[in-house]
Design a protein around this ligand. Sequence first.
Ligand code: IDP
Ligand code: MG
Length: 142
Amino acid sequence: MAVQRTLSIIKPDAVGKNVIGDIIRRFEENGLSVIGTRMTHLSAEQAGRFYAVHKERPFYQDLCDFMSSGPILAMALEGKNAVALNRQLMGATNPKEAEAGTIRADHADSIDANAVHGSDSQENAAIEISFFFADLDLHSRG
Ligand code: IDP
Ligand code: MG
């Protein structure tokens, strides 16, 4: 499987719980490398642009309000099969359905406050990484 990049976000709930280190440890122990990081606090407008794909969904306003409620940690991850591997480590969107041992099973409280974001395709990963990072901010291990 080819080396890929993907975007991970540690959401405001997980930053607030002080579990940044636990989440990054899971990525590193599973073969993903952090090649860029940025802690920021999105405005509701910025969160809305990031999640524009969901703008017709009933949960869009709540999602934008939540994602702008506190600081987040955006990370570019790199590794073999990074997009799917990150999704596997995250677990299902609804933590009640997340497999035991996944980030969301261990750290998410609800479908809104669900600890992490992860890109869902290589195409979206490229778009989402460029939302937060310039090429010069990314440091490939390859
Ligand atoms: P994902 O984060 O697992 O990729 P998406 O379907 O892309 O899930 O939805 C983006 C985010 O929107 C989710 O992580 C979750 O916080 C929120 N969300 C998704 N579906 C619902 C819902 O049915 N009710 C409330 N919030 C939702
Ligand atoms: Mg998604």
